[in-house]
Design a protein around this ligand. Sequence first.
Ligand code: HEC
Length: 205
Amino acid sequence: MKLLSKIALCLLGLLTPILSFSNPTNYTTEIIPLFADENLTQKIGQLEAGAEIKLVQTTAKASEIELNLWQKTKGFGRIWYHDFAKNITDAIFEKDFISNNPPLEILADKEDPNTGLIWQKVKMNVWVENSEFTQDLTNFWANTENTYKTECSVCHKQRDPKMHDANEWIAVFNGMVGFTDMDEATQRKVLRYLQMNAADSNSHK
Ligand code: HEC
C-alpha cells in the first residue's frame, strides 16, 4: 500500500506540467501589475497594454511570464523598451526592485550610434494575476486607431504616423495630447500605436 501511494504521488507530479503552456506568444490588452512571486505579494512594476509576453506557467493563483525586452545602461533601468534604440515603453519597474539585484539575465549589449547609449537585451520571469491575454492584437490596434482618428483629428486632418519616427513621436504627442481628453491609459495606447507605426517601424500593422 505504501508503495502504491508513492506511485500515485509520482504520477501527480508528472501531471502538474500539463498545467503549463508550451510558451506561446501572448499580448496584454490593458496595463497590468507585475509581481516578484507567485503569491502576488511583492508588486514590482507594471506592463503596458499591447506588450508581448511569453506564458511560462499558469497555476491556480497566478501566471508566470517571461519578458524579453531592452533597457538602457544609463539610469536605473526602470523602463524596459520594446525594441533596441526605440523608446517604446513595455514595462516600468519600481526603483527599489530594479536597483536591488533583480533576477534578470543580460542577453546582449549594443550601442545606439545615434545617441551613444548602450542598450541591453534583457530577460526576466515575473508573475501576474491570472488575466486574459490575447494572441492576436488586431482588435486592439483597430480600436486604438479609431481613438486616434477621433481624438487627434479635431483641429487638423489626421497625421500619418509615418511623419515621425518612434522616438520623435514622444515629444510631438506630448505637445498635442493636452488638447484631447483621453485618460492616461488611452493616451499610452495611442502613443504606442503611433510609435509602432512610425517612420522607422519594422514590425506592423
Ligand atoms: C485643439 C486642437 C488640436 C488637437 C486636438 C490636436 N492638435 Fe495636433 N496640431 C494642432 C495645431 C494648431 C498644430 C500646428 C499647426 C499645424 O501644423 O496644423 C498641430 C500640429 C500637429 C502636428 C504637426 C507638427 C509636428 O510637430 O509634427 C502633428 C504631428 C500633430 N499635430 C499631431 C496631433 C496628435 C497626435 C493629436 C492627438 C493626440 C493632435 N495633434 C491633436 C492642434 C491640435
